[in-house]
Design a binder for this molecule. Structure first.
Ligand SMILES: Nc1ncnc2c1ncn2[C@@H]1O[C@H](COP(=O)(O)OP(=O)(O)O)[C@@H](O)[C@H]1O
Ligand SMILES: [Mg+2]
Length: 414
């Protein structure tokens, strides 16, 4: 899976974004630069939320939060949000996301001589029985008071389908008016909803975002975003992060829950060795190899689990002999390197689209430079888009790998 092109005409700070990521480039690692506030984080979050959440009902609240202020201009009926060209291994799939307001339904209203509104679709989409109309089934057991809404929602869905548009979700900043997000593709002759849905489903499992815990996430509610800046409300923010981690399986927060991830890695290695023992009468080397990798990672420190697999022990060589530490004694940069390693090697699968925000934070320039080699080694079959301010990361690649958002980074040679 590989994102070949991202176009965003106008979303928050992003204006006329049109970036290509060549799938022939080796390695497929693309730093994404801009000045502070240039929109790198905005872009990564928009890409991640659209691609990771559009095919899953329980993730759509994050799209609703992200789009809260995204309105269709006065006098218009639709507004383009983002377009993607994605290589699925065999062909390039084009996905276009846009939003529509009620005026988009004017023609439908004329045909049936009655007013249609996305409010009906929004309300019906919250019902378990929404499946009936999505799958074109008979509407049995629908509450009579809701029947009219169901009929309206059915007609709206058919109308959208005629335009090749898949309904993703409604969103609103007022209770009386709803916009909707739709997705279309130019790939299939038969633009059936099920085609777009299955594409979105496949892509959603392959796209990952890693970002720092202190970030303001645009896909949280406004209230939760503000909590980061309010004393005594940090618990609320942390709870929101934990909830997002649970609901968005491919959302990874640098340094957060590293011990859990390491323990899971050891458990996984133990189970794999044991499985091999059952199958072949010989234990595998998985656990030993994880230990080897981890000791190589941090130089003179060894990382092991406690025998009960409930604690991580760090052993450091000193002139006086071996000293025992806890993971909390590691430096911020060491923790980050470890967490990226565990994430790429043992948590995410192969062939992924990996978006990383602030990859260089807390890392020494040498480690920033080496990170490109690390990514190649730990997850060689992935595409990486790395939001960064680091020249060291960029210099580990060719200038053509480096993508920029306006306003451009200041050049060394003006
Ligand atoms: N609704 C909005 N419309 C336009 N710009 C916005 C809006 N909300 C925030 N911004 C601006 O967007 C920028 C956030 O960009 P961000 O993606 O965090 O940049 P980067 O990660 O490149 O430093 C900030 O400078 C902020 O002022
Ligand atoms: Mg940023």
């Amino acid at each position: 899976m590989h994102i070949q092109r991202i176009q965003v005409p106008n979303f928050r700070v992003l204006q006329n974004v049109d970036i290509t990521f060549e799938k022939e480039f080796m390695p497929r690692i693309f730093p994404l630069g801009s000045e502070n506030g240039g929109g790198k984080s905005t872009l990564l979050q928009l890409v991640f939320i659209l691609l990771h959440c559009s095919a899953h009902e329980n993730r759509k609240e994050y799209i609703q939060n992200l789009l809260e202020d995204f309105d269709v201009p006065e006098g218009e009926t639709t507004r383009e949000l983002a377009k993607f060209e994605i290589w699925d291994g065999e062909k390039t799939v084009e996905l276009a996301f846009s939003v529509c307001n009620d005026d988009f339904l004017n023609d439908l209203s004329k045909v049936y001589n009655e007013e249609f509104s996305f409010v009906d679709l929004a309300i019906v989409s919250l019902s378990k029985k929404f499946e009936y109309i999505k799958n074109n089934q008979e509407m049995v057991d629908v509450d009579p008071s809701m029947r009219k809404r169901f009929m309206a929602a059915k007609r709206i869905l058919e109308y959208l389908q005629n335009y090749g548009l898949l309904f993703i979700t409604y969103y609103s900043d007022s209770l009386s008016e709803y916009n909707i997000l739709v997705c279309s593709t130019s790939n299939h002759n038969k633009k059936e909803d099920s085609d777009i849905e299955s594409m979105l489903l496949e892509i959603s499992s392959q796209v990952h975002l890693a970002a720092p815990s202190s970030h303001v996430y645009l896909f949280f509610t406004q209230k939760n975003r503000q909590a980061l800046f309010v004393q005594n409300a940090w618990n609320e923010y942390i709870n929101q992060l934990l909830k997002a981690k649970e609901k968005l399986p491919n959302f990874f927060i640098h340094n957060f829950l590293l011990v859990d991830a390491l323990l899971k890695t050891f458990q996984y290695a133990r189970d794999k060795d044991f499985k091999q023992a059952i199958e072949t009468n010989n234990y595998g080397n998985y656990y030993i190899n994880v230990l080897k990798d981890l000791s190589y990672l941090l130089g003179n420190k060894k990382i092991t689990p406690s025998p009960e697999l409930d604690r991580i022990i760090v052993k450091q060589e000193t002139p006086q002999g071996e000293m025992e530490l806890g993971p909390e004694d590691l430096s911020h940069g060491e923790i980050k390197k470890l967490s990226i390693y565990v994430w790429l090697k043992y948590i995410i699968g192969e062939n992924a689209i990996v978006l990383v925000d602030e990859i260089e934070n807390t890392l020494h320039p040498d480690w920033q430079y080496q990170m490109v080699d690390n990514l190649k080694e730990w997850g060689p079959n992935n595409q990486y888009i790395l939001a960064t301010h680091s020249y060291d990361v960029c210099q580990a690649l060719t200038p053509a790998h480096v993508k920029e958002l306006e306003p451009k980074l200041l050049k060394n040679n003006p």
